[in-house]
Ligand binder design. Sequence first.
Ligand SMILES: [Zn+2]
Length: 103
Amino acid sequence: MKGGTYTALIEGLSDADSGNGYINKESGENGFNPIGRALTFGHEVFGHGRSAVLGRLDSQHSDAIQLENLILRVMGKGNIQRDGSNHDNNTKISNASAIPSYR
Ligand SMILES: [Zn+2]
């Protein structure tokens, strides 16, 4: 049996400096990351990392946004979603709230 731990360090801009690409679907207003580092961790590790390991290098933009939107729903913040306009190549994703197509 293998033992040990993994550590992930997340360093980056403050919420205020990293953009307000979180859209409240009820008010239509943009806001900042409503959860914080846990959401960023999920975006990076499961949205980009898992997708990249599977070789999905051409869909990193949509994979990470769709996974992050899934996390928001699971954590009770489903009224807030990202559309991709403030991420990577800054293009809106037509199906940003769809379930990611990778497993
Ligand atoms: Zn990303």
